[in-house]
Design a protein around this ligand. Structure first.
Ligand code: HEC
Length: 158
């Protein structure tokens, strides 16, 4: 999607202001969505999903199993107003940490980066309370699925 390719530069620049490693580099990871799609659970914004090499099993979707330590999943977002104006949304990040990091989140660290580069919150770090709601929803899948919720089939890269 040409429009997204153009927008991606702006998304990258916005998130990179945070200095967060994933925010700086996520767009070089493999993308697992064929195009931006609306995610009601992430503010009704358009989103795309990325996973790093360690997390490439994400591409097996329902058969991904337990993702290894070092897995990074990222989801950028934006919205388009009726008048066609684009607004950058947050960057949503899940990182699989070492075993024992936090059993309440299945050892995933959730981070939300705001479009102005501020970090809204990160599990076990600054603003941890603000990202508790991520855990609440993501932990609701069957344990076999390791907190990954998976995108709608029609937008999956195969
Ligand atoms: C109400 C439920 C809900 C909440 C709250 C939620 N998510 Fe998600 N998340 C989903 C669903 C459903 C998907 C897959 C479908 C989609 O993209 O909408 C998903 C997908 C993701 C993905 C891509 C990996 C995957 O699971 O397929 C990341 C990364 C992610 N969410 C991060 C976050 C972060 C960070 C937060 C909190 C700031 C958060 N999510 C809050 C439901 C939720």
């Amino acid at each position: 999607m040409k429009v997204y390719d153009c927008l991606l530069k702006e998304l990258k620049a916005a998130y990179a202001k945070s200095g967060n490693n994933v925010a700086v580099s996520y767009s070089s990871m493999a993308r697992y969505s064929t195009r931006p799609y609306v995610s009601d659970t992430h503010g009704g914004r358009f989103v795309q999903n990325y996973a790093n090499k360690t997390g490439r099993a994400y591409g097996a979707y329902e058969n991904a199993g337990t993702l290894p330590e070092g897995t990074v999943l990222a989801k950028d977002s934006f919205s388009v107003s009726g008048g066609g104006k684009v607004a950058i949304g947050p960057l949503f990040i899940m990182e699989k940490m070492r075993a024992g990091f936090n059993s309440d989140s299945g050892d995933w660290r959730y981070t939300m980066i705001m479009p102005n580069g501020s970090v809204f919150g990160t599990t076990k770090g600054k603003g941890a309370d603000s990202v508790e709601f991520c855990i609440g929803c993501h932990m609701s899948v069957t344990p076999d699925q390791d907190s990954i919720m998976l995108l709608p089939e029609e937008y999956r890269v195969r």
